[in-house]
Design a protein around this ligand. Structure first.
Ligand code: AMP
Length: 401
């Protein structure tokens, strides 16, 4: 995917007095009293918005929240206005809709440097259908387009893709830019040795990532529930561990592919097994080849952690997607925590560490190590698709640099 033009390439002369349609990801969690429980996404959108304000643009913010079916008050973006205003240092104006005459009037009244927040764009079913007429109505509000919503960039929706056809220039925001720099740039031209750590529950959801990364990495570390499909394919008994019976051949062919490419694949030598899938399960450590019947593997063992950490010590770039075990249960979070700590330590020594979205982000945050990594991706599905080498519609729609 070509390098895309960034909002940072636009200067005051390009922005002053211009109406800029900014697709942001303000899909924050709200509690039953409509209180924001985690404002990370709002804070992440601030650098792009502030840059536009400081350069005299009239900023029109567009986002979705949740999965509404038609106009649904509980998915209104209104509760976000106070926090957004506080972070931006201006009174953000709220629109009751995202298209139409009323909204056009609010845009016309915006001063240079002013900010208008449109109502949830998914109140219209046309958004997810990428309806061109709807995209045209959104585009009618503005002169140019900035997409900073990385988390929805793998979807071709009206506000993430369609609208870019009608507004020029169409550029990436700073958050989008950083995601692309790391997930495309650092992965395409990594400082070597380059290791990928892939975990999570299933082979089937990670096969694309593993195949794509096999072409680039020197070391592939495997953990999580998916390892038992690999072990079963090798003829080990896996007890009642998670296994995808229909993916045994795939696991074998992946191991062969790695061998032919000279990639060293590290599967855990020992595992932590449990007598049931529960936080208070009885547990013990056994060699990966000796899981007794009736027991299931829920984490990688201490010997595996040691081997994994030694291998990671030799690298300059590491990308991690998917936990090493059932980290939601304290007892089986040891492997995941150890990897998180190792990556934090290596980041301090100059290794580039990229946490590629989804549950590994939650695990790193739970361990309190989020600010110790080079990059933590904000998009689950979008990061996975990028790492699989798939172009994202929301990125393709932007202008090349
Ligand atoms: P994914 O969304 O594919 O990255 O998978 C994340 C999920 O994998 C987490 O909810 C973990 O609890 C789960 N997981 C990790 N290791 C195991 C395991 N050994 N058995 C079952 N589930 C696992």
């Amino acid at each position: 995917m070509a390098v895309k033009k960034s909002v940072g390439d636009l200067k005051e002369a390009d922005l002053k007095g211009k109406r800029v349609f900014v697709r942001v990801d303000l899909n924050v969690p709200l509690d039953e009293n409509q209180k924001i429980t985690d404002d990370t996404r709002i804070r992440s959108s601030v650098p792009t918005i502030k840059y536009l304000m400081q350069n005299g643009a009239k900023v029109i913010l567009c986002s979705h929240l949740g999965r509404p079916k038609g106009v649904t008050p509980k998915y209104s973006l209104k509760p976000l206005v106070p926090r957004l205003s506080e972070l931006l240092g201006v009174n953000v104006v709220m629109a009751n809709d995202c298209i139409g005459e009323e909204v056009e009037k609010l845009v016309a009244a915006l001063p240079d440097g002013g900010v208008l927040l449109l109502e949830n764009v998914r109140f219209y079913k046309e958004e997810e259908k990428n309806d061109p007429e709807f995209a045209k109505k959104l585009a009618a509000l503005a002169d140019l387009y900035v997409n900073d919503a990385f988390g929805t960039a793998h979807r071709a929706h009206a506000s993430t893709e369609g609208v870019a056809k009608f507004l020029k220039p169409a550029v990436a925001g700073f958050l989008m830019q950083k995601e692309l720099d790391y997930l495309v740039g650092a992965v395409a031209n990594p400082k070597k040795p380059f290791a990928a750590i892939v975990g999570g529950s299933k082979v089937s959801t990670k096969i694309g990532v593993m195949e794509s990364l096999l072409a680039k990495v020197d070391i592939l570390v495997l953990g999580g529930g998916m390892i038992f499909t690999f072990f079963k394919a090798q003829g080990y008994s896996v007890g009642s561990s998670l296994v995808e019976e229909d993916k045994l051949d795939l696991a074998t062919s992946l191991l062969e592919k790695a061998k032919s490419k000279g990639v060293s694949i590290l599967l855990p030598s020992d595992v932590v097994i449990a007598n049931k899938f529960a936080a208070d399960a009885e547990s013990k450590v056994v060699p990966a080849s000796a899981i007794p019947d009736g027991w299931m593997g829920l984490d990688v063992g201490p010997d595996a952690i040691k081997t994994f950490c030694e291998a990671l010590d030799t690298t300059k770039t590491i990308i991690w997607n998917g936990p090493m075990g059932v980290f939601e249960f304290e007892k089986f979070a040891v492997g995941t925590d150890a990897i998180a700590k190792k990556l934090a330590e290596l980041t301090g020594k100059g290794v580039t560490t990229i946490i590629g979205g989804g549950d590994s982000v939650a695990a790193v945050e739970k361990a309190g190590l989020a600010d110790k990594m080079s990059h933590i991706s904000t998009g689950g599905g979008a990061s996975l698709e990028l790492l699989e080498g798939k172009p994202l519609p929301g990125v393709l729609a932007l202008e090349d640099a």
